[in-house]
Design a protein around this ligand. Structure first.
Ligand SMILES: [Fe+2]
Length: 190
């Protein structure tokens, strides 16, 4: 396990993505590979991957495939930092490196259709606490809706996020306005 490197991980993911027909196949195949990476040789993690931002959680790019078939980021969450409510439009596999990452789930319960941008009604779902070494995943259509973050009393959290494309943005939800809108999200380059 200890010899598993970033290069091998990327190569394994590339192969599995080619072979998989559905997003659910991708996450089924890649979840154990992410687990292996978390428990493998982490020398690929450089100081720039641990950059944080006092204003919001930080996204630090580790690897972005030119063909737009996958991207890997290290996300750094200071205590009290959370995403907005969002979906992803693609599949993803998330592994925790450090601290406890909290996920609070939502379900869309209106009858406007999964892509409607107004009249959105969300019901609150379950909560998951992910400790170092844990891996979770999600698929689109219907999209996984959640917020992810670091409770205010926690320590720094660092997690690895592999997505099925470059992930330049996501849909965010406003529960009060009952809307969903596309926003671009920035990241720090390697
Ligand atoms: Fe997410």
């Amino acid at each position: 396990m200890t010899g598993y490197t970033l290069d091998t991980f990327i190569e394994d993911c590339r192969k599995k993505i080619c072979e998989c027909q559905f997003p659910a196949d991708c996450v089924e195949q890649i979840t154990p590979v992410m687990y292996r990476l978390l428990n493998g040789d982490k020398s690929f993690l450089k100081p720039e991957h641990f950059r944080s931002d006092p204003d919001h959680y930080a996204r630090n790019a580790i690897y972005i495939e030119e063909a737009d078939t996958m991207s890997l980021y290290a996300l750094v969450w200071l205590p009290g930092q959370w995403t907005p409510i969002h979906d992803h439009g693609t599949w993803g596999v998330v592994g925790v490196l450090e601290g406890n990452l909290e996920e609070r789930n939502f379900m869309r319960v209106d009858d406007k259709g999964k892509n409607a941008m107004t009249g959105v009604e969300l019901a609150r779902g379950g909560v998951i606490l992910l400790s170092p070494g844990a891996v979770t995943s999600f698929v689109p259509n219907p999209d996984h809706i959640h917020i992810t973050g670091n409770p205010a009393d926690g320590q720094r959290v660092v997690s690895l996020h592999l997505y099925g494309h470059a992930m330049p943005g996501f849909h965010i939800y406003d529960r009060e306005a009952r809307t969903r809108k596309w926003v671009e999200v920035s990241y720090n380059e390697s």
